[in-house]
Design a protein around this ligand. Structure first.
Ligand code: AMP
Length: 192
């Protein structure tokens, strides 16, 4: 299955993606992780992306679409994948649809994790204290949430129109969220 996890930073996408990797045996494709690896390796893409990521803004569509296009060609992603943090703009979603269509495939299921603003702030403050990820600092985090609302939120109507999207309460305990995701995937898999 080709699955998208959609939701603001701190919604629990990474946690649920890791669980799905175990359950379904398909890889998690996190553009955030791929970009952080490029930054750490000092590649040309990493050098370009670093300042943008440090500010909490979005890296250009061309760059991320290029990364994902290469990654989905790899052998382990042939049978499916879980996209975590991609797409983040309507242009990225359209590029993904075109990319998959050209290979006779499609996005099978979009899982939207809904979490309220106060809870997001509390979760990220904790993650910042625990892991010290630089772009989790309160100021940058605000920019990331703004970017989500302005640029990524329009994917909700996009996938309401173009896909099999399920909204799940991301405030529920992790196991309940996991169970509801499993049900949503079954529902979407049964779709013709
Ligand atoms: P994440 O780990 O998903 O929160 O991503 C960390 C940062 O990487 C984001 O704040 C963006 O600067 C960049 N990034 C990750 N995925 C994307 C994407 N699909 N489009 C644009 N920028 C992205």
């Amino acid at each position: 299955m080709r699955i998208i996890l959609l939701g603001p930073p701190g919604a629990g996408k990474g946690t649920q993606a890791a669980r799905l990797v175990q359950r379904l045996g398909i890889p998690q494709l996190s553009t955030g992780d791929m970009l952080r690896a490029a930054v750490a390796a000092g590649t040309p893409i990493g050098l370009k992306a670093k300042a943008i990521m440090d500010r909490g803004d979005l890296v250009s569509d061309d760059v991320v679409v290029g990364i994902v296009a290469d990654r989905v060609e790899e052998a382990d992603a042939r049978a499916g994948f879980i996209l975590d943090g991609f797409p983040r703009t309507v242009a990225q979603a359209e590029a993904l649809d075109r990319l998959l269509e050209a290979r006779g495939a499609r996005v099978d299921s979009v899982i939207r994790l809904v979490v309220d603003q106060d809870e997001l702030l509390a979760r990220i403050a904790k993650r910042y204290a625990d892991q010290g990820r630089p772009d989790d600092n309160p100021e940058t985090f605000k920019t990331r949430v703004d970017a989500y609302l302005r640029q990524t939120r329009p994917l909700v109507p996009y996938y309401q129109k173009h896909g099999c999207m399920t909204e799940i309460d991301g405030m529920a305990p992790v196991e309940i969220v996991a169970k509801q995701i499993d049900q949503a995937l079954e529902h979407c898999a049964a779709r013709v």
